[in-house]
Design a protein around this ligand. Structure first.
Ligand SMILES: [Zn+2]
Length: 72
């Protein structure tokens, strides 16, 4: 029995596509919202948002939250 039951990435044929879950706007879990290739050289991804499917959107590495400084 194979341990990896994830589908192979069809772009690089090296990585696996793993499902990512997210939280919805109402706090409900959104399971398998996005699938991302585990190969960092590839980073192929497919995701669904509001019923629309987005394929291979660029992954932003600059999504760190900007915390506003409180005024003293
Ligand atoms: Zn890939």
């Amino acid at each position: 029995m194979e341990n990896s039951s994830f589908p192979k990435c069809q772009k690089c044929k090296i990585g696996d596509l793993v499902p990512l879950s997210d939280f919805g706007g109402q706090g409900a879990d959104v399971h398998y919202k996005a699938w991302v290739c585990t190969n960092p050289e590839c980073s192929f991804n497919i995701k669904i948002r509001n019923g629309d499917i987005y394929v291979n959107e660029p992954i932003s590495t600059r999504t760190l939250p900007v915390i506003p400084r409180p005024r003293v």
